[in-house]
Design a binder for this molecule. Structure first.
Ligand SMILES: *Cc1c(COP(=O)(O)O)cnc(C)c1O
Length: 395
């Protein structure tokens, strides 16, 4: 039964737990930092909430099962999870990391881990030869984030995991954009999965949280040690909110992804749009691989207007999405990577990474897709008017 169960059923089974004492249909919020020990010599399962808390543990067990791993860990943020995972490495170790990795991950590698002698090489992980060439005798981790942010390039998790195994190193995958609904990296051969649960898993722009799932007992034991030692754990109330968010993850992300597909197709046909980056579009270079390893293009896309003035006019005229950083929420979120997520890159680095002045990223929420398309149609008309005026004034 367990194996034939659909993912949506499993999601509910793992997040609804009837409390044996009261019959409550939800995991209680155990707001307790310490636990009474009944026996002078033998202590119970819980002693102190940094080391273990029943509400947090319910969340950790749920994500472990959903990702198909042996143990889950909840952290205070995605960066807390990622930083703790990188501390599995020691001074003198080396990591191969995507060039267009999440900005916070870039920052901790270049400005923190570097100071402790943990080295890295940035590569294009969609190019397997480049990955192989970057591996050194001291490489311990190949890090993957797929699809990438914000240009949605697709990396082959199976192929990378194979390369990593042949070189006795781990594969870590940041699965924030796909969630286990669409992509389960451990089943594709990876060793550790990381999430910014702030995004789709929480789903309501109301919690900052991170999750990690280890695929083996060895890695689980080492990560548990670090979680407890460093202490960047997720609080009890936020753990409960994530459990609640998880329950609707399947319906939320599937609806958002279906709308993203429709919106990507709409934008591709518009003359004001120079480029659409969405791995669910058949002409996207990674679309076959994406459909094979994730079964969906996901709920995030980006598109390029002519220039900054056009992007500005578009943002000014849309009425439905919020204009903000972050993604993966019930409300659509429009962001401008050159000034938001990728503001730290130099102009040259930014252009080299395909993040032009007219690029906008859209995380599609739960509004009706046709309403979003109507909103964007009107905003694109303003972009066109704006362009005519600028040309007309001789600028
Ligand atoms: C947001 C994000 C992170 C960082 O997570 P926080 O919860 O903000 O610390 C890491 N990776 C990806 C892909 C993200 O989108």
């Amino acid at each position: 039964m367990a194996n034939s169960m659909e993912f949506s059923t499993k999601l509910i089974r793992e997040t609804v737990a009837v409390d044996p004492q009261t019959g409550a249909a939800n995991v209680p919020v155990y707001l307790s930092s310490t636990f009474h020990q009944k026996d002078f010599d033998h202590y119970g399962k819980y002693d102190y909430s940094r080391s273990g808390n029943p509400t947090r543990e319910a969340l950790e067990n749920a994500i472990a099962s959903l990702e198909g791993g042996v143990r889950g860990f909840a952290f205070a943020s995605g960066m807390a999870a990622i930083s703790t995972a990188f501390l599995l490495l020691s001074s003198g170790d080396h990591a191969v990391v995507p060039k267009n990795v999440y900005g916070g991950t870039f920052r901790i590698l270049t400005q923190v881990l570097h100071r402790f002698g943990i080295e890295h090489t940035f590569v294009d992980t969609t190019d397997l030869d480049e990955v192989k060439k970057a591996i050194r005798p001291n490489t311990k981790v190949i890090y993957v984030e797929t699809p990438s942010n914000p240009t949605l390039k697709v990396t082959d998790i199976r192929a990378i995991s194979k390369i990593a195994k042949a070189h006795r190193c781990y594969t870590f995958v940041d699965n924030t954009f796909m969630t286990p609904v669409f992509q389960r990296p451990l089943e594709l051969g990876a060793d550790l999965v990381l999430h910014s649960a702030t995004k789709f898993i929480s789903g309501h722009s109301d919690v900052v949280a991170g999750l990690a799932v280890a695929g083996s007992e060895d890695l689980a034991g080492r990560l548990y040690f670090l979680q407890n030692a460093l202490g960047a754990i997720l609080g009890v109330q936020d753990s409960w909110l994530l459990l609640r968010g998880l329950k609707t993850l399947d319906v939320r992300i599937r609806k958002s992804a279906a709308s993203a597909q429709k919106i990507a197709e709409f934008l591709s046909e518009r003359p004001e749009v120079n480029n659409v980056f969405y791995p669910g579009l058949p002409d996207h270079p990674g679309s076959d691989l994406q459909l094979d390893q994730a079964g969906s293009g996901g709920a995030v896309l980006s598109f390029e207007l002519e220039n900054e003035a056009s992007a500005r006019a578009f943002v000014h005229h849309v009425t439905l999405p919020v204009f903000a950083v972050s993604l993966g929420a019930v409300e659509s979120i429009l962001s401008y990577p050159p000034k938001m997520s990728h503001a730290e890159l130099s102009e040259e680095e930014r252009i080299r990474s395909g993040i032009g002045d007219g690029l906008l990223r859209l995380s599609v929420g739960l509004e009706d897709a046709d309403d979003l398309i109507r909103d964007f149609t009107a905003a694109l008309a303003s972009v066109r008017r704006n362009r005519r005026q600028t040309v007309g004034s001789g600028e």
